[in-house]
Design a binder for this molecule. Structure first.
Ligand code: SF4
Length: 410
């Protein structure tokens, strides 16, 4: 999960229901806050990609040496400015997530420099988790060993597909063998926490091919698996131009279930709509998002959440760098959440997970709109939602139709 672009991927209905409160000046959005917790996550956006994948709408830019140098210089300035916030010395980081873009385009020395600087300026919590999103073609053993020695303890490998006809057709630069090799290199370099990213619902992908891909990847025994159904935003090439060969909805549903069953049979817990983990291998960082915890943002387009303020950095690298070179935080937008928005987020984020939400959280929402009581009873009766002690959660069938449920609920 990549907090870049929108503050939180809330359904549009939430944004419409919740009146926006007045916006604080951007810098005050971060510095003027008091974190609710003494532990925070850290998201670092690395915006460079060698080539733009056709389905991708993330904030990315072509890689060149000059841009990378300017970006890194700005990032180090940003670390200093964020660490100078009045509350920063009272907090500890429990995770850092390098997302992109392609963070594995960073050399071992560049990544080490960033992590050293973070450690110098901010305190770390025990078990500090550091994840680097990586593309197979950008990894080699020496780089992985340098990452490991720098404190990186989790790799998230962007495999996406295992079909050598589909991979170039979606804009990827690696083949299936390259992914398998990169995974093996991660293990050889000593990483005992490796996640694999896959995408289903791709053009030309049928159930048989998808099942083969899942089984091939599960044979590697990854510690964690993220699998997203293809969605096309306007910011992607395919979102703008359209694409042929998308499987029909029932085929995408069948692919969802194939993954859920195969992952369960191999002992992975389906702990979030799109995420599966071996015991004790849930993503510590991503759970901060789903539990509505707080996190700092570094890098162009990165989003953060501190106190009751969500904020986002400017996206263009040149603008991001220019602001920092002038001594300013590169925050473009910041907003205080209303109580209504905060409740909607608690429900929306919590119900994405197998832990669900506290029953009183759902009751609070239902009490405000009594007509919802009947809908919730229907979902419980249809097996889309279930009560577990003091909590309520969506079932795997509920995960599948969660977008529709959220429209009613929020
Ligand atoms: S999917 Fe990843 S590698 Fe491809 S363009 Fe998007 S961020 Fe870059």
């Amino acid at each position: 999960m990549n907090p870049e672009g929108d503050f939180v991927p809330l359904p549009a209905v939430v944004a419409r229901r919740a009146a926006r409160s007045s916006l604080p000046p951007p810098e005050e959005g971060l510095r003027g806050q008091r974190p609710r917790s003494d532990t925070l996550g850290l998201y670092v956006h690395v915006p460079f990609c060698t080539k733009k994948c056709y389905f991708c709408s993330f904030n990315t830019a072509p890689m060149d040496e000059g841009s990378m140098r300017r970006y890194l210089d700005a990032l180090h300035r940003e670390i200093d400015l964020v660490a100078a916030a009045p509350w920063a010395s009272r907090t500890r980081l429990e995770s850092a997530f390098f997302g992109g873009g392609t963070p594995s385009l960073l050399s071992g020395a560049e990544l080490n420099g960033i992590l050293d600087h973070v450690r110098e300026r901010l305190a770390l919590a025990e078990g500090f988790e550091v994840t680097v999103e990586s593309n197979p073609e950008s990894l080699d053993l020496e780089k992985l060993r340098r990452y490991r020695a720098s404190g990186v303890n989790r790799i998230s490998l962007g495999v996406q597909a295992m079909d050598d006809a589909i991979l170039p057709a979606i804009g990827r630069l690696h083949d299936a063998h390259g992914s398998r090799h990169a995974f093996a290199l991660c293990r050889e370099a000593g990483f005992d926490n490796v996640s694999v990213d896959l995408v289903y619902g791709l053009p030309g992908l049928d159930l048989e091919g998808w099942t083969r891909a899942i089984r091939a990847v599960l044979d590697w025994e990854p510690d964690h698996l993220s699998a997203y159904g293809l969605t096309l935003d306007d910011g992607s090439l395919w979102g703008a131009t359209g694409v042929r060969g998308l499987p029909p909805e029932e085929a995408v549903v069948a692919q969802y279930w194939a993954l859920a069953h195969e992952a369960r049979d191999r002992g992975l817990e389906h702990y979030e709509i799109s995420n599966y983990a071996r015991p004790a291998r849930r993503s510590r960082h991503n759970q901060i998002y789903w539990r509505r915890g707080e996190y700092l943002a570094l890098g162009p387009g990165a989003c953060g959440f501190v106190g009751d303020v969500r904020y986002a950095n400017v996206k263009p690298i040149a603008r991001y760098a220019a602001l920092l070179e002038g001594g300013a935080l590169p925050i473009e937008r910041a907003e205080h959440l209303t109580a209504d928005q905060a409740l909607a987020e608690r429900l929306f984020l919590g119900l994405r997970t197998a832990d669900g939400v506290a029953r009183e959280t759902l009751d609070e929402r239902v009490d405000a709109t009594p007509a919802l009581r009947g809908r919730v009873d229907e979902w419980l009766g249809e097996g889309l939602m279930e009560r577990r002690g003091a909590r309520v959660r969506l079932t795997e069938r509920g995960f599948l139709v969660s977008d529709a449920l959220f429209v009613d609920l929020l």
